[in-house]
Design a protein around this ligand. Structure first.
Ligand SMILES: [Zn+2]
Length: 146
C-alpha cells in the first residue's frame, strides 16, 4: 500500500523559497492575494503573456493588465513521487503541471484537489489560490463545472 496522495495543500511560509514580487510582477501577486489571476495583454498585437514583463515578448509593444478567467486545461504534467529535500519530501506524491490558460499563455503550477493518478492531459482546471504567508501561490484544481 503506497503513501496516501496529497489532495490538499498546506503550506507554511517557512517551508519553501517563495517568489519575490518586483515592479513588473507586483500587480500579478496582488491579484492572487485577492483570488484573481491577472495577466498582461499587449496594446499593439493583443497577445496575452505570462510571466509578467515590462514589454510584450512578441512584438515589444506596451502591455496592460486584465483579469483572466482563471480557467484552463492541463497541457502536460508529471507526478513527483520521490524528493530528497523538504518541504517537497513531505508533499510527495504531488502533481507538477503546465496549464494552458483560456487566454493562451501557459503556466507551470501544482495541481491540488485531485489524486495524481487521476490527472489527464486536457483536464479542465481552474485557479486555486494557496496562501503561503505573505504571498499567495497560483495552484490549480479540477473545475467544479466539468
Ligand atoms: Zn505585442
Amino acid at each position: 500500500m503506497g503513501k496516501e496522495a496529497n489532495t490538499s495543500v498546506e503550506l507554511r511560509a517557512s517551508d519553501r523559497v517563495l517568489p519575490m514580487p518586483d515592479s513588473d510582477s507586483a500587480e500579478y501577486w496582488e491579484g492572487l492575494a485577492r483570488g484573481e489571476l491577472r495577466l498582461q495583454r499587449c496594446t499593439a498585437c493583443g497577445i496575452a503573456q505570462f510571466y509578467p514583463r515590462s514589454l510584450c515578448a512578441t512584438c515589444g509593444g506596451s502591455v496592460e493588465w486584465f483579469a483572466a478567467t482563471g480557467k484552463g486545461t492541463v497541457h502536460t504534467f508529471t507526478v513527483v513521487r520521490t524528493h530528497g529535500a523538504e518541504p517537497f519530501r513531505s508533499l510527495v506524491p504531488f502533481t507538477l503541471a503546465i496549464v494552458e490558460l483560456e487566454e493562451g499563455p501557459r503556466m507551470m503550477t501544482n495541481l491540488t484537489g485531485i489524486d495524481p493518478d487521476d490527472v489527464r492531459i486536457d483536464l479542465p482546471v481552474e485557479l486555486e489560490p494557496v496562501s503561503a504567508g505573505d504571498i499567495t501561490l497560483p495552484f490549480f484544481t479540477p473545475r467544479a463545472d466539468s
